[in-house]
Unconditional design. Structure first.
Ligand SMILES: NC(=O)c1ccc[n+]([C@@H]2O[C@H](COP(=O)([O-])OP(=O)(O)OC[C@H]3O[C@@H](n4cnc5c(N)ncnc54)[C@H](O)[C@@H]3O)[C@@H](O)[C@H]2O)c1
Length: 233
């Protein structure tokens, strides 16, 4: 996978396909909206209606879809089925992805049990842990293997994506071994900043940061309400 480049306006692009990162981040949102429309039997959708379901503005949506070569038909809009295929293909979802979860504790187990991954083409094929009491158990039909067997199991299962749900201090070492074994994309939940080679995609999820951002906005809204109440009194 190519490292993103940047154009002269500072927009970050996926260097391989020329799609801005911000657009790539919105494609799954469009896909989810389109899937809902398809389930409801909708055949074509206007950019305005799709934008409303997806919760974005319609000119941004049209621009995003133009990067995929999809311009819709005047007066008709976009064919839902065609657009689902185009977005899925661009997101690499036309193929199934094998995922390995590192750490079979609270978080790793909860993620392995989430049925929404399989329905979107992500199959958990391997789980790892270092605790002998956990190794050998199964989670949603997946055998928890010893971290000592990482290389062999990744090779056998053909996992290309990894979820790290291990303690922070061991995350980098596991990351390095996973990359050397063939992992090409990592979703890191561990509280540590990981270093990966250019060809590996790394994404970090930190729910406490999200909560802190919510707290900031909630605090500001409460302060604004107080000011308004004072002005009215
Ligand atoms: N980013 C977030 O929003 C978020 C949310 C919850 C938890 N976390 C983080 O995710 C991680 C897991 O959280 P949890 O609640 O599941 O913890 P947990 O203690 O329940 O699970 C961690 C598991 O990792 C295993 N482990 C330890 N060392 C290992 C190694 N070297 N190789 C393989 N497995 C190893 C442990 O045996 C344990 O089963 C922690 O780092 C936690 O801080 C992040």
């Amino acid at each position: 996978m190519a490292k993103p480049g940047t154009d002269k306006d500072g927009t970050v692009f996926d260097a391989e396909r020329g799609i801005p990162d911000a657009t790539v981040a919105r494609l799954p949102v469009y896909l989810r909206a389109l899937s809902t429309l398809a389930e409801d039997g909708v055949i074509t959708v206007s950019s305005e209606d799709l934008a409303e379901v997806a919760g974005v503005n319609s000119s941004k949506l049209r621009k995003d879809l133009s990067y995929l070569g999809s311009y819709g038909t005047r007066g008709v809009g976009y064919e839902v089925k065609v657009l689902v295929e185009q977005i899925s293909e661009n997101l690499g979802l036309s193929q199934d992805w094998n995922v390995a979860i590192f750490g079979a504790g609270n978080l790793g187990t909860a993620l392995a049990q989430y049925s929404g991954f399989a329905s979107r083409g992500f199959t958990v094929v391997a789980m790892f842990d270092a605790d002998e009491a956990i190794v050998g158990t199964t989670v949603s039909g997946v055998l928890v293997r010893s971290i000592d067997d990482l290389e062999t199991v990744i090779d056998q299962t053909g996992a290309h994506l990894a979820v790290l749900a291990v303690p922070g201090p061991v995350a980098q070492e596991i990351c390095d071994r996973a990359v050397a074994a063939g992992i090409r994309g990592i979703l890191n939940f561990a509280p540590s900043v990981l270093q990966v080679p250019d060809w590996v995609q790394l994404r970090k999820v930190d729910l406490s940061i999200e909560l802190q951002i919510l707290a900031f906005h909630a605090q500001r809204a409460a302060a604004d309400e107080l000011v308004m109440a004072k002005e009215l009194s």
